[in-house]
Design a protein around this ligand. Structure first.
Ligand SMILES: Cc1cc2nc3c(=O)[nH]c(=O)nc-3n(C[C@H](O)[C@H](O)[C@H](O)COP(=O)(O)O)c2cc1C
Length: 242
C-alpha cells in the first residue's frame, strides 16, 4: 500500500478508473442489485460496510472489495474498532479491504497496512486543502479541532454521523441537546447549491472525523500527499527497527 497509489480522496465515489476497468465504491444497502451490470461493464465493485454482518453479506453476494467504515470516520460513520473490524473481516475475505476512518496521517496509513488493509480513505484531511471547495471557516475549524471536538449524532442525517461540535455551537444549537434525528441530510449538505438554499441555521453545520486531530494547517494537495508519504516512510523505518 504505497501512499501514492493507496490514497483516495472523498467524496469521490469512483476510486480509480481506466478505460478498461473501473472500481466503484457504493454505500447504503446491499451491492447485490448493481453487481451484475457493473461487472458486465468491466467494473470492480467495492461495498461500504459498517458491521461484520454487512461485510459477510457483501462478500457472499460477490463484492470485489470492502470499504470498512470504522468508528470515528467523517460523514456517516461506522462504530466498530478498526483493529477488531479488519482482523475479523480478514478471517473470511481475501479481497481488497479499504479502511475508512481514523487515518490522520501516514503513520496511521502504515498501521492500516500492517493490520491487513490494501487501501485507506482520507476524507477529513482533504477538506482542509487549498483546492477543496469547502468554506474557509470550515477549513479553519478543522485546523483548530481535535478528535475531542467530534460529536457522534443522528440529529442531522438520521444515521450515525460525526459532526464538528464547534460548528453546531456556532449555529446556535446545543450539541448536548440536539433536535430529533434526521433534521438535515448531509449528502445534500456537501452540495454547495443545495446548501445555499437551506435556512442559514443549518448551512454551516459541518462534518469531520476523528482524523481532524491530524489537520495542522490548510495545505495544497501536493503538500498533503508529500507530507503523508514522508510520515508513511518514517513509520515504515521505525517499524523495521524493532
Ligand atoms: C463531509 C463528508 C462528506 C462525506 N460524504 C460521503 C458520501 O456522500 N458518501 C459516502 O459513502 N461517504 C461519505 N463520506 C465518508 C468518507 O467516504 C470516508 O468514509 C471518511 O471521510 C473517512 O474518514 P475520515 O474523514 O476521518 O478520513 C463523507 C465524509 C465527510 C467528512
Amino acid at each position: 500500500m504505497a501512499p501514492s497509489t493507496g490514497l483516495t480522496c472523498v467524496p469521490v465515489r469512483c476510486v480509480g478508473a481506466t478505460a478498461a476497468s473501473a472500481r466503484w465504491s457504493g454505500s447504503v444497502g446491499s451491492p447485490a442489485p448493481v453487481l451484475a451490470p457493473l461487472h458486465d461493464a468491466g467494473a470492480l465493485v467495492f461495498a461500504d460496510v459498517a458491521s461484520i454482518r454487512h461485510a459477510e453479506r457483501a462478500a457472499a453476494v460477490g463484492a470485489d472489495g470492502l470499504v470498512l467504515l470504522t468508528a470515528g470516520a467523517g460523514g456517516q460513520t461506522g462504530w466498530l474498532n478498526p483493529f477488531v473490524f479488519v482482523r475479523a473481516v480478514r478471517g473470511f475475505f481475501d479481497g481488497p479491504i479499504v479502511l475508512a476512518g481514523g487515518i490522520s496521517d501516514g503513520h496511521a496509513l502504515r498501521a492500516a497496512e500492517a493490520l491487513g488493509c490494501d487501501l485507506a480513505y482520507m476524507g477529513t484531511k482533504f477538506i482542509a486543502t487549498r483546492e477543496s471547495m469547502a468554506d474557509a471557516r470550515y477549513k479553519q475549524m478543522l485546523v483548530e479541532a481535535t478528535a475531542d471536538d467530534i460529536l457522534l449524532t443522528t440529529a442531522f442525517t438520521g444515521l450515525q454521523t460525526n459532526m464538528l461540535r464547534p460548528s453546531i455551537e456556532a449555529a446556535g444549537l446545543d450539541p448536548n441537546d440536539l433536535p430529533a434525528r434526521g433534521a438535515i441530510d448531509i449528502g445534500k449538505d456537501i452540495d454547495i447549491g443545495a446548501r445555499e438554499s437551506r435556512p442559514k441555521r443549518w448551512r454551516d453545520v459541518w462534518s469531520g472525523g476523528h482524523s481532524a486531530s491530524g489537520v495542522t494547517g490548510v495545505l495544497g494537495i501536493d503538500e498533503l500527499v508529500a507530507q503523508t508519504i514522508a510520515e508513511y516512510e518514517a513509520a515504515s523505518a521505525r517499524v523495521r527497527l524493532v
